[in-house]
Design a protein around this ligand. Structure first.
Ligand code: SIN
Ligand code: FE2
Length: 219
């Protein structure tokens, strides 16, 4: 049966406007793949993936870690980047520094999407195993919404949902594959977005998982 993954051919335009201020850059991370995957292994050795708990008490199906000056965390007390307690709560140490190849990738993609001044200070790293999902939400814990979000997909394909400024606005669905990038800022900065349950599969490079890097200007 044909599904959304079959509808996007390799010949898709490399730049696809998604909404005002938002774009998909197909394959834009591929040129950085080797360096980024090596750096990712180093980060997760220092700051392992963990399943955080939401303020409502649910354990997230997506496992997370961070690199950069600030890390996004959630626990029973809330969602936040905590400037007063910037360390990884699991290790008590600062989050690993943002590798230069991560920074180069984020800056390159932001610039291609129309945000040449973007310099991220935080990168949330999400790991999805089959069945993991992220329900519709806004990224609103960052200080300055003038800065865009740059989101890199690696590994197994996923369905990315992109809606409007209200939770019940219509949602468009996009298949995001290894190396694809989404950028949203400007009028789209607070758009609701999410990822449907990851389908079972084994990726050539990453195996049975999808990894997503989201670069933010948090502080
Ligand atoms: C996120 O919203 O933080 C992650 C989106 C994704 O995994 O593509
Ligand atoms: Fe998000």
């Amino acid at each position: 049966m044909l599904d959304l993954f079959d509808t996007i051919a390799p010949a898709d335009p490399p730049f696809e406007p998604l909404a005002e201020g938002a774009a998909l850059l197909r394959g834009a991370a591929l040129a950085f793949e080797t360096e980024v995957l090596t750096a990712l292994d180093e980060i997760t050795l220092q700051a392992p993936f963990r399943h955080m708990v939401t303020p409502g008490g649910f354990t997230m199906s997506v496992a997370m870690t961070n690199c950069g000056e600030a890390g996004w965390v959630t626990d029973r007390t809330g969602y936040r980047y905590d400037p007063n307690d910037p360390n990884d709560p699991e290790t008590g140490r600062p989050w690993p520094a943002m590798p230069s190849c991560f920074l180069d990738l984020a800056v390159h993609c932001a610039s291609r999407a129309g945000y040449p001044a973007f310099r991220p200070d935080a990168c949330l790293i999400n790991r999805y195993e089959p069945g993991a999902r992220l329900s519709l939400h806004q990224d609103r814990d960052e200080r300055d919404f003038a800065k865009p979000i740059v989101s890199i997909s690696l590994g197994l394909p996923a369905i990315f949902q992109f809606g409007g400024l209200k939770r019940d606005d219509p949602v468009k669905k996009f298949a995001m594959r290894h190396g694809d990038v989404a950028v949203w800022g400007g009028a789209s900065r607070l758009c609701y977005h999410g990822v449907t349950a990851l389908k079972e599969g084994v990726h050539d490079v990453l195996g049975r998982m999808r990894v997503n890097l989201t670069f933010r200007g948090a502080l």
